[in-house]
Design a protein around this ligand. Structure first.
Ligand SMILES: NC(=O)c1ccc[n+]([C@@H]2O[C@H](COP(=O)([O-])OP(=O)(O)OC[C@H]3O[C@@H](n4cnc5c(N)ncnc54)[C@H](O)[C@@H]3O)[C@@H](O)[C@H]2O)c1
Length: 578
């Protein structure tokens, strides 16, 4: 088709024109093919339109710099929208400079009612890695609530924009092949086409000085979702997402991945678009979309609307952990072998919620040692509440006594719960999180016993050191999916575990006495599960690989690294109640 100022625009249409129309606008230095993967998926249920923006791909090249003005680009977008969907509003998807120009097209300065003729023509806008340039100006002026650190970080990440505005040098860098080699090496995408790269420099030169010099609080009422890749080298999540004042109907999804996520995870981008299109069309919002809405509210914390699954949450560390996440605004699935205990935890959280707490709790009965039950838990959670942001594999049992006295069935029971329970949880939920592509975190509750040998804890310590090593390996494997893994290693914590710990090789009476004495010992130590729960939250927030909790757990870890021989000597002593 032909633009209003007479340039040829190459427009590509896919799928059934009767289905909801998605118009996708590419960035710099790309052409419409950047959306190929997304189009392949979306075209099944949508009418998808891509086009080469002026100066790129098969579209014409403006004769001068003015031809790259945001107003002109907005007019092109309007012309495409009118041509491909004259009767119904369209859904917009845009990346990088495509998002910059789309933001300009869908927003208006205060007092302006209509802009670019797009009013009423846009049903939703999914923006990736490209902000409104006016909002960028406000961000750097400290007027979006960003911290100084966020502004500094973005300033450093924007180095190339200053380079692109200098004359001649950027052209030389592209023509010499240097810039292309750099982009393809650092971002893992193919080399851009020379014509696209050179022409598009004018986008920076024409628009940055004009918009950043006198930024306006441009606003839109269109439903917006921002997909902010956490590893974007050019556009930080802080600059893209602190915009609720200008786009009140906002959703924010911070995703694992880099600037070209649109190429590397087209499945995730397509799903996010499809979810918003469906919701705007009247469907119930997908859980991840509800979460994205909660995350976009001004003043929203990290855990608002998040989903957390905790096993063994009917008591002790699990109960306190569920409550800690709920207090911060998360929804919590409280799973325990003891269904009544899970109910009580949910009630406690519910009561706290009524008196000003934030999150909500859903109790379920599950035996973590049962693979089928854990698999079912994962699929039920996904169906009812969405894919969790955090899974805490906490359920565990205690066992003490010599190796010689530990029977095969003792071994089987403790390995089933403490190790297989964690393996089942990791298998079921890491698969869900990986396929979902929105990252997440797994906490496996090990113990300081994982690195402290003891002649009386062979079975328990074996399961816990296996959990520690499993967590380290899994962390390495899941890093590329943006899923963190933490091994939590508490020392002595005042919970009911000491009342139920098996003392193998002892008669029932002695076992009772030992349970009582150990409970009294832990009570004197008096380290509460609530304190452990705060460590869990912090470990997730910091993506800690290993989280020792309590002074003895820290000291033991240090000793295991500095002087394993000392620990071996201590391990031979029979300490504790006898
Ligand atoms: N308390 C400590 O001193 C301490 C120290 C280091 C590690 N840990 C570990 O912390 C975790 C939690 O321990 P806690 O002290 O809170 O114990 P706890 O006994 O107070 O609570 C454990 C909860 O797990 C549940 N559970 C047990 N087996 C289960 C199963 N098969 N499926 C589902 N749920 C099951 C129990 O019903 C209980 O509600 C355990 O993995 C434990 O090994 C505890």
């Amino acid at each position: 088709m032909v633009s209003t100022d007479g340039l040829a625009l190459a427009v590509y249409s896919h799928g059934d024109p009767g289905a909801p129309t998605v118009v996708a606008v590419h960035g710099y230095p790309d052409d419409h093919t950047v959306f190929d993967g997304v189009v392949e998926i979306l075209r099944e249920h949508h009418h998808v339109v891509t086009y080469d923006v002026r100066g790129a791909g098969a579209s014409g090249t403006p004769s001068g710099r003015e031809g790259y003005d945001l107003e002109r680009l907005a007019e092109d977008l309007r012309a495409v929208v009118d041509a491909v969907s004259p009767d119904a509003p369209v859904h917009l998807l845009a990346h990088d400079w495509g998002a910059i120009q789309t933001w300009h097209a869908v927003t208006a300065e205060p007092g302006e009612h209509q802009h670019s003729g797009l009013t009423g023509r846009v049903a939703s806008f999914t923006s990736m890695s490209g902000p409104c340039l006016d909002h960028v100006g406000l961000f750097f002026a400290g007027r979006t609530g960003a911290t100084r650190r966020e502004i500094l970080r973005q300033g450093l990440d924007s180095w190339y924009t200053a380079l692109f505005r200098t004359p001649v040098l950027p052209e030389l860098l592209w023509r010499s092949g240097l810039a292309g080699a750099l982009v393809s090496a650092t971002d893992g995408v193919g080399r851009p086409k020379l014509r696209d790269a050179v022409n598009g420099l004018e986008l920076y030169r024409r628009n940055l000085p004009a918009r950043l010099g006198d930024p306006q609080p441009r606003r839109t009422d269109v439903p917006v979702q921002v997909l902010a890749p956490r590893g974007d080298r050019y556009v930080t999540p802080a600059m893209q997402t602190r915009i609720a004042a200008y786009a009140p109907d906002l959703r924010v999804r911070r995703l694992p991945g880099g600037h070209w996520m649109v190429r590397t995870r087209p499945d995730v981008v397509a799903r996010c678009v499809a979810e918003l299109v469906a919701h705007v069309g009247g469907a119930e919002p997908a859980p991840a979309l509800t979460r994205a809405r909660a995350a976009a509210r001004p003043g929203a914390g990290r855990w608002d609307g998040a989903l957390v699954v905790v096993t063994g949450a009917g008591a002790g560390i699990g109960r306190a952990t569920a409550a800690a996440f709920a207090r911060r605004g998360a929804r919590v699935v409280v799973a325990d072998l003891d269904g009544d205990a899970a109910e009580r935890t949910a009630e406690l959280i519910g009561t706290a919620t009524a008196s000003g707490g934030a999150g909500r709790a859903f109790p379920v009965t599950v035996d973590v040692a049962d693979e089928a039950a854990v698999s079912r838990l994962a699929s039920d959670v996904a169906a009812e509440h969405g894919v969790p942001d955090v899974v805490v594999n906490n359920a565990g049992i205690g066992m003490a006594g010599s190796f010689a006295d530990t029977t095969l069935s003792d071994w089987q029971r403790i390995v089933d719960v403490n190790l297989w329970g964690v393996i089942h949880g990791c298998r079921a939920f890491s698969a869900l999180m990986g396929a979902h592509g929105e990252g997440g975190h797994i906490v496996n509750v090990a113990s300081a016993a994982a690195y402290l040998p003891s002649r009386t804890l062979a079975a328990y310590a074996t399961t816990k050191s296996a959990v520690l090593t499993l967590s380290e390996c899994l962390r390495a494997e899941l890093a590329d999916d943006g899923i963190g893994v933490t091994a939590l290693c508490p020392g002595f914590v005042r919970t009911d575990i000491t009342r139920t710990t098996r003392f193998v090789g002892r008669d029932a009476g002695t076992e009772k006495r030992l349970q009582k004495e150990t409970t009294a010992l832990y009570a004197r130590r008096n380290y509460t599960p609530e304190r452990v729960a705060e460590h869990v939250v912090r470990a997730v927030e910091r993506n800690a690989p290993l989280a020792p909790v309590t002074a003895e757990a820290h000291a033991g870890l240090l000793a295991s690294r500095l002087s394993p021989a000392l620990l071996r000597a201590i391990a031979r002593r029979d300490i504790g109640p006898r």
